[in-house]
Design a binder for this molecule. Structure first.
Ligand code: ZN
Length: 423
């Protein structure tokens, strides 16, 4: 009899508990996500200017489109920090976010670089614990969508000041109120390959809609109007860092360059570049044919740490081929230097071929002959000179024949490459 009573009590307890959990879930699900969109700059603060576009105006157009698109979803409330062309302190923007109980602040921007040599999207996020995790969730999806749209991924970064707090004001001030923040640098205004992503109102509108979709995915929203349901969207949660995530202050650990193949018919050299970089991602590489005196343009890494590429190679007497690889913080490491004369032509006696490559070789030989002939008596001078020249020509033909024979046998062996490395 008592046993039965206990059983009943237990069942009632279970029901109550189940109901509580259920209620909690419902209560949780009912709370709207609060998104604060911050159109970067404003008023007297113009932001970057290039190609006829002013950043403060472009960010506003993107923000309006983003809000409009995001409001088509259920369970979300959207605010803009500024609605007109107002000057606004970063602290004011963060205070606004605090007052409306924002879940996240998304500060919209466009980038520029001093040397006008960078491109791609860049995300700057909160650096500490749960704020970083939350900010990174959005930033990762945002970059994925921008990349699908055609804007290269430069990476997602944190940056600290000397006090060890977030370097960028909007992130730091928001962090003081325990609100995660992301600075979205959509693309670079000063790179022609990215003009099309921002130079019309339609393009800015498109960016705003991409930003909104990233929010919808990160916060698992759905929209009947748009016919999309991200409620089951997979959002990978990055591991919560144990302590402050610091910016990377060291260059990539190693940069390995491998010359895989060389096609003599079109002078194309195939290469494989692999990099080890523990603290951040890679952004660019560039190569040099003269041991680092001058470099090619910066080329983006399309994968995280490894890349195959090819380039034309015309070895000269002094071909020092090398690659310089940059991490997300602009720090670089150089590969070893390859002597392309050795690697690509596999000549058994590089010294001889080296001489042969020196411009003016023929005039040097003629000078030698002339100097030698000067010392001969005048009556044999002409005849001796003629014999020497004919002899030299025969010698030259023999050398060229040997050279061509060697070349046709050539094949790049890994073994030989390692010997030629750093030569
Ligand atoms: Zn800006």
């Amino acid at each position: 009899m008592q046993k039965k009573l206990f059983k009943r009590l237990f069942l009632v307890l279970l029901l109550v508990l189940g109901f509580c959990i259920q209620f909690d879930v419902i209560a949780e699900a009912k709370r709207d996500v609060v998104i604060v969109i911050d159109p970067g700059h404003g008023g007297t603060n113009m932001g970057a200017r290039h190609n006829g576009v002013i950043e403060k105006e472009a960010t506003m157009k993107v923000a309006i489109a983003m809000k409009e698109e995001l409001e088509k979803y259920k369970g979300v409330v959207v605010y803009l920090t500024r609605n007109g062309d107002d000057s606004m302190e970063l602290l004011e923007r963060a205070e606004f976010a605090r007052d409306v109980k924002a879940d996240i602040v998304l500060s919209l921007h466009f980038n520029m670089s001093e040397a006008h040599d960078l491109h791609g999207s860049e995300m700057w996020i909160s650096s500490t614990g749960g704020l970083k995790q939350e900010a990174e969730k959005f930033a990762t999806i945002e970059q994925m969508l921008l990349k699908e749209y055609g804007i290269e991924k430069r990476g997602c970064f944190t940056r600290l000041n000397d006090l060890g707090t977030d370097y960028y004001g909007i992130i730091r001030e928001s962090a003081n109120f325990q609100i995660p923040a992301v600075i979205v640098e959509h693309c670079y205004l000063d790179r022609p390959e990215e003009y099309a992503f921002y130079d019309t109102d339609a393009a800015l509108d498109r960016l705003g809609r991409i930003d909104a979709t990233a929010v919808a995915m990160a916060y698992r929203l759905s929209s009947e109007e748009l016919g999309v349901d991200y409620s089951r969207h997979y959002v990978s949660n990055t591991k919560l860092p144990d302590n402050l995530l610091k910016e990377d202050i060291t260059a990539p650990e190693t940069v390995n360059l491998q010359i895989v193949d060389f096609d003599e018919n079109n002078n194309q050299m195939k290469l494989h570049l692999s990099v080890s970089e523990a603290e951040s991602t890679m952004t660019y590489y560039q190569y040099s044919f003269n041991g680092g005196k001058t470099f090619s343009d910066k080329i983006p890494f399309y994968t995280e740490k490894e890349i195959d590429f090819s380039t034309s190679a015309y070895p000269t007497a002094n071909s020092g081929f090398m690659v310089r690889a940059y991490n997300a913080y602009g720090l670089y490491t150089d590969s070893e230097i390859y002597d392309l004369n050795l690697v690509l032509f596999d000549i058994k006696e590089p010294a001889i071929r080296g001489d042969f490559m020196v411009p003016g070789f023929i005039t040097d030989v003629l000078d030698e002959i002339e100097a030698f002939a000067e010392e001969l008596p005048p009556e044999v001078k002409t005849a001796a000179t003629a014999v020497l020249i004919i002899g030299s020509v025969f010698g030259l033909i023999t050398m060229i024949t040997l050279f061509i024979q060697n070349r046709s046998k050539h094949k790049i062996s890994e073994d030989f490459q390692s010997k030629a490395k750093g030569a």
